[in-house]
Design a protein around this ligand. Sequence first.
Ligand code: ZN
Length: 226
Amino acid sequence: MFIIFGTRGIKHTVKDSAVLSNSCPNCSQGSLVNKLYRRWFTLFFIPVIPLDVIDRFYACDKCNSAYNESIKNILEQSKTEIEENQRQAKLTFAKALIASMTHMAVIDNEFAAEEEREIMDAISNFPEFKDELNNIHTAIKATKNENNQVFNYLNEARKELSSEALINILAQAAVVLLADGSIEKEEEDLMKEYLIACGLPKEMYQTLIDRLQQKDISELQEGQLN
Ligand SMILES: [Zn+2]
């Protein structure tokens, strides 16, 4: 009997490897499926004995693009990077917020209970940064922005955040300004300095105050980012 034998590579799906959903860099819709080529011993062209693995890779189930297995780490890394950037932006927002609210509360040399409550409410929106924010609050309350740290926080915020986020910070600082029922000259001047520090026109001051006095301020409590 004439026996035909040989080897051939067959593509398999790696069963215990997670599918990377909707992450194809080429078509951005397809999912990447882990595949391998295994060499098989064939008898009469029929694979009968699995041999070594020749190659492992990811293939897109939509556009068929194939990627080196390292694509998995690259995709995971960028996900971690995105999350870290979001965390950083949130922290920058929270620091500028608590710093300016506290500064606004101490500028008239009277720290009212309503002001303290507004600030504590704001801190409670960021449980993950609670200690850091409490430290900032305590420091600014004690030094009254002696080292200009409030403007440093606002500068960082201006570099990293959108103007929408900046206006949100200033609106919440303005809530503190309005909390004790009267607007002192120091408070008004400080709010205008904040606007300038954030690259916003100081004429916005009146609009901001008018809006806040008309509106239910609880709507502004949700810290909005970017
Ligand atoms: Zn694709």
